[in-house]
Design a protein around this ligand. Structure first.
Ligand SMILES: [Zn+2]
Length: 64
């Protein structure tokens, strides 16, 4: 049973459950990334999410 998935918006929960894709990690995957729309989205927990640097580059692009 999951408390998640009770949105009133139709189609908002196409993916009902997605956990961190790292083997052995059973945390909830709240951060998703898909290289293209034809590829299945991979999900990570905040600890394993590999794209933090990319987010930093976007948010603070004046560093270089
Ligand atoms: Zn994880």
């Amino acid at each position: 049973m999951s408390i998640e998935g009770h949105s009133t918006a139709p189609g908002a929960n196409v993916i009902a459950e997605h956990h961190c894709c790292v083997a052995g990690c059973a945390k909830w995957g709240g951060l998703g990334f898909a290289p293209s729309k034809t590829v299945e989205t991979h999900w990570w927990c905040a600890h394993h999410y590999p794209f933090w640097n990319r987010i930093k580059d976007i948010s603070s692009g004046s560093d270089r």
